[in-house]
Design a protein around this ligand. Structure first.
Ligand SMILES: [Zn+2]
Length: 361
């Protein structure tokens, strides 16, 4: 699991001399990512002289991707490696990512952060009269703090306070955003009475959970609640975007307008429907993206066909520090071009050369 301290380490790590390898792959159970990785490796090794300095990291990655990674249940994979620094961090992902292999003085974490930002870190305490167990859930993974299990906690008085203190220590060390108390209502109330006020405000009571549940059962229960919350959040953000755009506010809808806003560096938040893909064009000379031009609209050079311009746009948005949300559920944006963006500052969308997508139905 990617712990809060793992994430901090990645944020602060620098290796100016030897470089840090960052790998992203879309995951699939047919294991097409293995071939994607070897193609990427061959291509980048030819292009980049820096790759020879990290040959051992690349060998380890090759071994992991081809042999050790189990893709079931995952849609993406991020791995960071710097053997000289003792860094080896594997992050399976619940959302797809564009394949990328980079060697740089710092890890390339924008795609990872963009996904991680959509998930809350849960601390879980499961308690009854006999036991209290402590767990952590984040981005589709769960771990149990087995050395912290308390037997016969008797949640009244001193023992209840002891459980609360243990939980408090965990919250401080692991940066939990929410705390789930899995216990019957009377036990949950007695336990929460011992918690400091700030923690009481981040509590979620779940009487369907108890110390008898397996970690996997706890994970799937919390994931189900989280994906319901995600659905609501996506709907709210998509509605806000569509309303803003239709009121001529700082927002754009549809591929062409969104691409133009991205090119102008005006995007603050990019919303894109999961699975939405479109062919496009890329200028090999200046890097300009376009939808339908065989000549680059910026420099006039002949363009190359691009298999999926949407993934390239997501990548550029991340590189430009925009927030990106992949819409995993149906939203009003499905009838409005599948992609759109809220714009930063007071930039107002220029009129597009083609009419804006109309709301269907
Ligand atoms: Zn060009």
């Amino acid at each position: 699991m990617l712990s809060a301290s793992n994430l901090n380490e990645l944020l602060n790590l620098r290796s100016p001399v030897s470089g840090i390898v960052s790998l992203y792959l879309p995951a699939d159970t047919r294991r097409a990512y293995v071939r994607t990785f070897s193609n990427l490796l061959r291509l980048r090794c030819l292009e980049e002289p820096t790759f020879s300095a990290v040959a051992e990291d690349l060998r380890l990655l090759d071994e992991f991707v081809g042999r050790d990674f189990k893709p079931a249940g995952w849609r993406g994979l991020a791995v960071f490696s710097a053997k000289r620094l003792g860094l080896w961090r594997v992050c399976p992902l619940l959302e797809p990512v564009r394949a990328a292999l980079r060697v740089a003085p710092q890890p390339f974490i924008a795609p990872l952060l963009s996904i991680a930002d959509q998930y809350q870190r849960f601390g879980v305490v499961l308690a009854d009269d006999q036991r209290a167990r402590f767990l952590e859930v984040f981005m589709g993974q769960i771990r149990e703090f087995e050395d912290l299990v308390m037997e016969a906690p008797r949640l009244e008085s001193a023992q209840g306070r002891a459980v609360a203190q243990r939980l408090d220590g965990l919250v401080r060390n692991h940066a939990f955003a929410r705390i789930v108390i899995g216990a019957c209502p009377s036990t949950a109330i007695r336990l929460s009475a011992h918690l400091r006020t700030e923690l009481q405000q981040s509590l979620i009571f779940d009487e369907n959970l108890s110390p008898k549940n397996s970690a996997i059962a706890v994970l799937s229960r919390i994931q189900a609640c989280e994906s319901e919350a995600r659905k609501v959040r996506e709907t709210v953000l998509a509605h806000r975007l569509v309303d803003l755009a239709l009121a001529n506010g700082p927002a754009v809808l549809g591929l062409e307008r969104t691409l133009r806003a991205l090119r102008q560096g005006a995007v603050r938040l990019l919303l894109v429907r999961d699975g939405f893909a479109k062919m496009g064009h890329l200028c090999p000379r200046c890097g300009e993206l376009s939808l339908a031009f065989s000549r680059c609209p910026a420099c006039g050079n002949a363009t190359q066909a691009l298999f999926d311009v949407v993934e390239e746009m997501i990548q550029r948005a991340l590189d430009g520090h925009c927030e990106v949300l992949r819409l995993l559920n149906p939203t009003p944006l499905d009838n409005m071009g599948h992609i759109g963006a809220e714009l930063s500052g007071n930039i107002v969308a220029a009129p597009a050369s083609q009419p804006a997508p109309q709301r269907e139905g």
